[in-house]
Design a protein around this ligand. Sequence first.
Ligand SMILES: Cc1cc2nc3c(=O)[nH]c(=O)nc-3n(C[C@H](O)[C@H](O)[C@H](O)COP(=O)(O)O)c2cc1C
Length: 182
Amino acid sequence: MRTSRIVGFCGNSWRPAKSRVLVEAVAADLLTRHGLKTDVLDLVDAGCGIAAFTRVGLDDSARAVVEAIEQADGLVIGCPVFQGSYPGLFKHVFDLIEPDVLRNRPVLLTAVGGGLRHSLVVEHQLRPLFGFFEACTVSSAIYASSAEIMPGEPLAPMTATRLANAVEQLASLLGGRQADAA
Ligand SMILES: Cc1cc2nc3c(=O)[nH]c(=O)nc-3n(C[C@H](O)[C@H](O)[C@H](O)COP(=O)(O)O)c2cc1C
């Protein structure tokens, strides 16, 4: 049986980035508890070439990130909250993706904001975006404030519990897809 290709994609455009740390925490949990490897990418990997107006204008680094998202069996999505929503360049990546390629794809949603005021960004912005693509978003999305993510330190217990639940759901959806494909 082919192993699942899981791609983490985070809408941070600089590093270090707490939004990327959260995606990496999901990737670490997928590996330790489910033996599933995740390749984590972000807008820094895509580079400035991602700002091309059309798909044909993408340079190699930007195209590689877009293609990795399209070819993944499952996605772990992350973004910092900008002006109450996802960053514009993050949305631009998905504007370059054909509407039907993410259909039925398991997707775990995460976001990090400066505070808790915009915690529903995962439900009100990210989930509808992947609803457009008819992807299978996992029920538990993960939101953390920047104060709750300290690089090198364990996640706050509530965030860690939510993360474990969300990862469980993603692993189960990925398992179901593999069984369907077999
Ligand atoms: C342009 C900009 C807009 C932001 N807007 C919001 C916002 O509306 N709500 C919020 O909670 N945090 C907002 N923030 C704070 C970031 O979401 C927060 O610092 C987050 O930790 C950044 O994640 P990062 O470490 O991955 O860059 C904003 C930050 C920037 C740079």
